[in-house]
Design a protein around this ligand. Structure first.
Ligand code: SF4
Length: 353
């Protein structure tokens, strides 16, 4: 069981981040934000996939001006991602649920105060988003693009907001490699209690991003660090959410859906277990109840695993057993096993809910 570091609870729209709130998942659209229809369509896809908070890039005035129309058509909390231009932040602050901006990049203290005042007025948080690729010169010169440099940048940006009495803050410390990312979050965690947004940035395509994010975010989650997260993938929007939720599930931070234990198969196998597991994954993907199920290829480990599983299949020679809570409920031919297994899982899930 993960023991989470206790952080300050803030709200991004109606989603609580930090404190005892569940760890939320985030993603980002890739349409031009000024293209309202395309952006709304992408946000709806993310919502359907299970995303909790969505972020859009605001690099131009037309993007800032499009935020209102976008916000009116969506129900997910909306974060505006802004670099440098405090005017865009002021426009966005009237509409969105959070702004990602580094105060150190805004310019004068007066400008920082304007943004802080605007966010305070609507009680919306600011995310300080430190990225190893865009550290302020002074930290880059002193520390290089290291975890130390990232932490120094975060502290500098936090202070820039705190100097104006603003503490509705969350923080991210992203690098494109796992080591620096994990080091930076671990280094900064004891220094304040603001909620952390986790992510390994520019993590690559689905396979590599999944591996990097699983190691990096997984390590931090097991340390109890992390209040919200984004898995950054060069790929389809839904993949980010699917991988993020899988990381949360497999690190024990999210009790939801089936935990499928299946053997890798070996020379003892006498049935098509790979096909059976594929079918089971597809047919049970809608189930939210946190059930443990096992699908094993032969008697060697099947009975041991089944004893701890809610529902199990133990394959034999072109046949197998279906077991519920360790008890055999059916002995069936190979092609009948998946149907019976799924119906037992659905029955148990219904009782669970
Ligand atoms: Fe091989 Fe049986 Fe173990 Fe599967 S459960 S890997 S078939 S020994």
């Amino acid at each position: 069981m993960i023991k989470r570091v206790k952080t300050k609870k803030i709200f991004v729209g109606n989603v609580a981040v930090g404190g005892d709130a569940p760890i939320s998942t985030q993603s980002m659209t890739f349409s031009k934000t000024s293209d309202v229809d395309a952006t709304v369509a992408q946000i709806k896809r993310l919502h359907f996939a299970g995303c909790d908070i969505v972020r859009v890039a605001v690099p131009h005035m037309e993007d800032a001006l499009a935020l209102k129309a976008i916000k009116e058509q969506i129900s997910l909390p909306l974060v505006a991602d802004i670099h440098f231009n405090h005017k865009y932040a002021l426009i966005a602050s009237e509409v969105v649920d959070c702004i990602r901006i580094n105060p150190g990049n805004i310019g004068s203290k007066e400008r920082i105060k304007e943004v802080v005042d605007a966010c305070s007025q609507r009680d919306i948080p600011i995310r300080i988003g430190v990225n190893s690729g865009s550290l302020e010169k002074e930290f880059l010169n002193k520390y290089g693009p290291t975890a130390k440099g990232m932490v120094a940048s975060a502290e500098y940006n936090i202070k820039a907001l705190e100097d104006f009495g603003f503490d509705n803050i969350k923080i991210s410390l992203k690098a494109s490699d796992v080591g620096r990312t994990v080091d930076a979050y671990r280094m900064l965690r004891p220094k304040n209690n603001y909620p952390f947004h986790l992510g390994v940035t520019e993590a690559g395509t689905l396979f590599h991003a999944t591996v990097k994010s699983s190691i990096g975010l997984g390590a931090l989650l097991l340390d109890g660090i992390g209040d919200t997260m984004r898995v950054s993938i060069t790929g389809e929007l839904e993949e980010e959410i699917n991988v993020a939720r899988a990381i949360l599930k497999d690190s024990g931070a999210l009790q939801e859906g089936l935990n499928i234990i299946s053997c890798p198969t070996c020379g003892r196998i006498e049935s098509d277990l790979v096909l059976a597991v594929e079918q089971i994954e597809k047919r049970t993907s809608h189930i939210k109840a946190p059930l443990n199920v096992s699908v094993m290829g032969c008697a060697v480990n099947a009975i041991g695993e089944a004893a701890h599983a809610d529902v199990a299949i133990a394959f034999g020679k072109k046949s197998g057993l279906v077991m519920v809570k360790g008890e055999v409920v059916a002995k069936l031919k190979e092609d009948e096993l998946v149907d019976r297994f799924v119906s037992e899982v659905e029955k148990m899930a219904e009782n669970f809910e």
